[in-house]
Design a protein around this ligand. Structure first.
Ligand code: ADP
Ligand code: MG
Length: 634
């Protein structure tokens, strides 16, 4: 029976807990077209660092540091030489090691571990290297004999299945008195050469895949574990024996199956994958933070199996595979967070090299870059994951009253990375909105020119007419309604926000406010008047500021509040038709509102409408007046 001997590899003792080295490998784009059209959401910053766009705030990036970063161009050979080869000699000295590939399905775990005929991965290279090392040792040390063997198993649904003996049942995991982990009943195949390995490994891999009706689904949900054991035996007395184990693991996909809506996945299956990966993350965390607490190896089959080969005196490397495409964004983000225990939020936008929307204003963008670069300070004081920003919109999105095209570009980018490719249609719609917004703006400018001219002629006449009608409509000899000051003051306060230039003229109204509950007949007349004053030709022009304030202050504050609420409700949840039923909202503006809502969520107050391009202070005043009066008339 193999007995592990105490290891004196410069370590303080066999109880020493070693860190798990973490490498990250970014695979190249699979589809060059995607690369051209969307750009990457993650990129390398050097041999150890990478950055990813911060989805909570597109003016920031999240920067991570790892032991190694392998960029898109890294070859299989380079990954092997940097991350795996250095740990292999330890296997020949009775120490254990593990290399595992982590990451979402499609990010390159199998490519990294197994590779292909043309680009062999870690597994064939490592096994070959073990044979080379043993070959070299045999020549030097005639006092020892070496034997190499393999086992190959799969953990699926928290069951341990022997891939070298298809059809076998769930196998138990045990620990012997020397704390070695073993699996009684697991096939162990002696290997005489690398060619020998191939003859056993390839059919076993096929076993794994053909055993499943839905090959991809199963292979992405199970952990494939190859064990290479090197037993070193002393020829003469005292016939000591050392066993070194090397685990090469292609883990199940780390994607959240509930979030990705992985169809057909059974709850139990999902939970089982998550249990092993979840426990693995806790184990790696406990080992790497070195808190000295309990390492929860026993909480899942995977970590229980790897217990003597992960941490402790073992040498462990985790290769986190990530993909550049936006559709992987959240899986990449969570994989990086699993792999790194710290990250830095850096205040600079993730400027992509490819152009997403045709509406980018290059001048604007350059200025933003300079501004962002200027502050340059890492924002360490922010909560670790930017929790603060989780529910509040990013400052970049709201600091400007009307989103310009570069902001829109970022919004689109944000949208895009939060949605799967299946939702591209929605994105296209947003793009169309952006384009038509430009066209509308041009049309509006032309229209305004014409309006101004027309108004020049009509101004005098209309003002006179209106004043005389107002005098009739709003008789001020009715007794004021006794309302709480706060209720009455609120609409005026809101109005001050809408038309800040008029604030000084609002002041006298504190005393002169005359609240008048409009009668039905009065309202009817008012509607007629509204149509005259606020029709297309007169949109938002010619109303002297004092008068503009007065019309609102003469209304019943409660009714005013109610109709504002009603308008807000329509803005937030109205269909296209309902939006168009609002005064002064046509098809194009209704679509702009829907687009804005799509990106920014609900309007918090009707004044937010001014954030829509082309809605000036005047137009908004006109809009609010027309709609309030019209809703009161209903
Ligand atoms: P996973 O095992 O994580 O689900 P795969 O290894 O199957 O992912 O990779 C998905 C696809 O991407 C495969 O077609 C694979 O060949 C390819 N691929 C992955 N990584 C690379 C890489 N570094 N270079 C080239 N192609 C890669
Ligand atoms: Mg795979």
């Amino acid at each position: 029976m193999a007995q592990r001997v105490a290891v004196s590899d410069g370590a303080a003792g066999s109880k020493r807990t070693s860190r798990v080295r973490v490498a990250v490998r970014l695979r190249p784009y699979m589809d060059k077209q995607d690369e051209k059209s969307e750009g990457s959401c993650v990129r390398g910053l050097g041999p150890q660092k990478l950055e990813i766009i911060n989805w909570r705030n597109a003016t920031e990036t999240l920067q991570y540091q790892f032991d190694v970063f392998h960029g898109e161009q890294t070859t299989q050979q380079e990954v092997f030489l940097t991350s795996v080869k250095p740990i292999l000699p330890h296997i020949l000295n009775g120490q254990n090691a593990s290399v595992f590939a982590y990451g979402p399905t499609g990010a390159g775990k199998t490519h990294t571990m197994l590779g292909s005929q043309e680009q062999p991965g870690v597994i064939p290279r490592a096994v070959k290297e073990v044979f080379n090392l043993v070959g070299a040792q045999k020549k030097d040390q005639d006092g020892w004999e070496y034997s190499i063997g393999m086992s190959y198993l799969e953990i699926y649904n928290e069951k341990v299945l022997d891939l070298l003996s298809p059809g076998s049942q769930d196998l138990p995991i045990r620990e012997d008195k020397d704390r070695n982990i073993l699996i009684p009943g697991l096939t162990h195949t002696p290997l005489s050469s690398f060619a020998d390995f191939d003859t056993h490994f390839i059919p076993a891999s096929l076993n794994r895949t053909t055993a499943s009706t839905k090959l991809n689904q199963r292979s992405s949900r199970s952990h494939a574990i190859l064990l290479i054991k090197v037993v070193k035996s002393q020829r003469g007395p005292p016939h000591r024996q050392q066993t070194g184990k090397l685990y090469l693991v292609d883990l199940a996909g780390s994607e959240d199956n509930r979030r990705t809506g992985n169809q057909g996945i059974r709850l139990k299956e999902s939970g089982a994958i998550n249990l092993s990966l979840f426990t693995l993350s806790k184990v790696v965390d406990a080992l790497n933070t070195g808190a000295g607490g309990r390492v929860p190896y026993r909480d899942s089959k995977l970590t229980r199996l790897l217990q003597d080969s992960l941490g402790g005196s073992a040498h462990s490397v985790m290769i986190t595979n990530i993909a550049p495409e936006y559709k992987y964004y959240f899986d990449t983000f969570s994989a990086l967070n699993f792999a790194a225990k710290s990250k830095q939020i850096v205040n600079r936008p993730f400027v992509r090299e490819t152009v997403l929307a045709p509406t980018i204003a290059p001048g604007k963008r350059t200025r933003e870059e300079q501004e962002a670069g200027g502050s340059g300070e890492p924002q360490n004081k922010r909560s670790k994951e930017g929790k603060k920003a989780e529910h509040s919109p990013s400052p970049a999105l709201h600091s400007q009253s009307s989103p310009d095209s570069s902001v829109l570009d970022r919004l689109l980018a944000l949208e895009k990375m939060m949605m799967g490719s299946a939702e591209r249609e929605r994105l296209n719609l947003l793009k169309t909105v952006a384009q038509s917004r430009k066209e509308i703006q041009m049309l509006k400018e032309k229209q305004k020119e014409l309006e101004d001219k027309a108004n020049m002629f009509n101004k005098q006449k209309e003002t006179t007419e209106k004043e005389s009608k107002d005098a009739l409509l709003f008789k001020t000899d009715l007794p004021p309604l006794h309302r709480k000051q706060s209720t009455a003051a609120k609409p005026r306060k809101q109005q001050a926000v809408v038309t800040p230039l008029q604030v000084s003229q609002v002041q006298p109204l504190q005393q002169s406010a005359v609240v008048c509950k409009p009668s039905q007949t009065l309202v009817k007349k008012k509607r007629v008047q509204t149509e005259v004053c606020d029709g297309k030709e007169n949109m938002g022009v010619d109303l002297p500021p004092v008068e503009d304030v007065n019309w609102e202050s003469r209304l019943d504050p409660a009714l005013l509040e109610q109709s504002r609420k009603k308008i807000l409700q329509t803005l937030n949840s109205g269909s296209l038709k309902e939006l168009k039923s609002l005064q002064q909202i046509g098809d194009k503006k209704a679509k702009l509102i829907m687009g804005w809502r799509e990106i920014n969520g609900d309007f918090t107050q009707v004044e937010d409408l001014r954030k829509i391009e082309g809605v000036t202070v005047k137009r908004f005043s006109s809009f609010i007046k027309a709609n309030i009066l019209s809703s009161m008339g209903k």
